[in-house]
Design a protein around this ligand. Structure first.
Ligand code: URP
Ligand code: ZN
Ligand code: ZN
Length: 467
């Protein structure tokens, strides 16, 4: 049998099985998984990748990413080139960004804008969610968007000043409509009225001098997220629509999701992000604390512990990054006023290493659970389960080879991201991709990016919300 590439001698980890086997690739697809394929193959021209002593896992699927996003008065600094290079180096082979309509734009215009940003420069595969910012006008476009392979829509419960906020009627209507169309609603859940009130109460020179970036923590107590999640879950229960809570950061949120699912509402899902599992809000009090501002904010060690537990038992079904990179210069726009910090951080390059090192190596997740939460479940829940997130015959040959113990010290100067800082600077992390393949093409070799601009393709998706 003639194959283009064979990965041999590795330990293949899928979400449901670990086995010693070879992976044979023809063109862009996995052609076979089995014993001794390398030995049987006609070696002529077949590239052999020796993965002895390494795990061979499906490429990571990061379903929450923002590239070149106009936000907080600037544009996030990782675009479709640097963002997808960073993804590849971190072993992430598929990402999903959010197309957002600005002003009076339609959903179609937003999608067209996002295609224009990504066409010809992406190095790994990508897809889009769509943000609904004006429900009454945009609802008629939902079927057309689903036909274009975009079956997941997000509404923001905050960000009035960005022109992005949705109210409860819009959420209720979107859950109903998407239920009937076979789509899924995603929500950024934070309680806007009380959040705005707390920000107004603390927005004065004395407190800004005294607390600096720590005011993010002071103005975003856990109930800001919990109340909004509870409300969104109420509308999901009432409509029986599919709901996916993005970037859940609190123990309280995890409790609400767990309770809803235990009570039979299996259409309610939540992701968390790597940063909420390993960073806590004491960072805001330190030097450069403002760099860590994200929305929602990183929380307390007790929240981290609860989110890890939720991840382990599956209540929290997926890990993403909410990558939204800003440089030091962009972050410096805050000038001491925490409400002006561009919110977000880099994450694509470090998601798998953070989750492997702090999840698997610290016995919080099994190896299969790591693959499930970072690769398999995100692919399935977003309608990519037929071709991404598993090492299986017929699937896209999206693969990361990781060494079980070799640690690399994180240094933003040696990374592909456009960030000139890293939330994990100086951390020793295992789980960086020694080799990454994107649809059969080697895009990282010996820990170095070697891919090609334009290799990454837009991937249309199928029905979401199925595990
Ligand atoms: O701080 C963040 N997360 N920036 C991106 C926008 C969002 O709410 O996801
Ligand atoms: Zn958000
Ligand atoms: Zn986001």
């Amino acid at each position: 049998m003639k194959y283009d590439t064979i990965i041999t001698n590795g330990t293949i980890v899928n979400a449901d099985r670990i086995r010693q086997a070879d992976v044979a690739i023809r063109g862009e697809k996995i052609a076979a998984v089995g014993r001794d394929l390398a030995a049987k193959a006609a070696a002529n021209g077949t590239r052999i990748i020796n993965a002895r002593g390494c795990y061979v896992i499906p490429g990571g699927v990061d379903v929450h990413v923002h590239l070149a996003l106009p936000f907080c008065g600037t544009v996030s600094s990782d675009d479709y080139n640097t963002g997808t290079r960073a993804a590849a180096r971190g072993g992430v082979t598929t990402l999903i960004d959010f197309a957002i309509p600005y002003g009076k734009e339609t959903l179609q215009q937003a999608v067209d804008n996002w295609h224009a940003k990504s066409d010809g420069i992406a190095c790994v595969d990508y897809s889009f969610h769509l943000c609904i910012t004006k429900w009454a006008k945009q609802k008629k476009e939902l079927p057309k968007m689903i036909d274009q392979g975009i079956p997941t829509f997000k509404q923001f419960m905050i960000y009035e000043s960005q022109g992005w906020q949705s109210d409860d009627a819009a959420m209720y209507g979107a859950l109903e409509a998407l239920r009937d169309l076979g789509g899924m609603l995603m929500v950024h859940a934070e309680s806007s009225r009380v959040l705005d009130e707390l920000i107004a109460r603390h927005h004065n020179p004395r407190e800004m001098r005294k607390y600096g970036a720590y005011l993010h923590t002071i103005t975003r107590p856990n109930f800001i997220e919990a109340e909004a999640i509870q409300r969104a879950v109420t509308w999901a229960k009432a409509t029986r629509g599919k709901l996916y809570v993005v970037h859940m950061s609190t123990a309280d949120g995890a409790n609400i999701i767990e309770q809803a699912r235990e009570h039979g509402y299996r259409n309610v899902f939540a992701e968390t992000c790597a940063q909420y599992l390993v960073l806590d809000d004491s960072l805001f009090a330190g030097k450069d604390g403002h760099l860590y501002a994200t929305c929602p904010q990183i929380k307390k060690p007790a929240d981290q512990a609860r989110l890890w537990r939720g991840l382990k038992n599956g209540t929290v079904c997926a890990v993403s990054t909410d990558t939204c990179t800003f440089t030091r210069k962009q972050k410096a726009m805050w000038k001491g006023d925490w409400t002006k910090i561009p919110m977000g951080m880099p994450g694509l390059e470090t998601m798998l290493p953070v989750m492997y090192t702090h999840g698997v190596l610290q016995n919080r997740l099994s190896m299969k659970q790591f693959v499930d939460r970072c690769c398999r479940t995100p692919a399935k829940i977003m309608g990519l389960g037929h071709r991404k997130g598993a090492i299986q015959k017929g699937y896209d040959a999206d693969i990361a080879v990781i060494h079980p113990t070799k640690k690399i010290k994180v240094d933003h100067r040696k990374m592909e991201t456009n960030a000139d800082w890293s939330p994990y600077q100086g951390w020793d992390l295992a789980g960086f991709a020694r080799t990454t393949l994107s649809r059969g093409k080697v895009v990282v070799d010996n820990y170095k990016f070697c891919g090609k601009n334009g290799w990454g393709r837009f991937i249309p998706r199928r029905t979401p919300g199925r595990l």
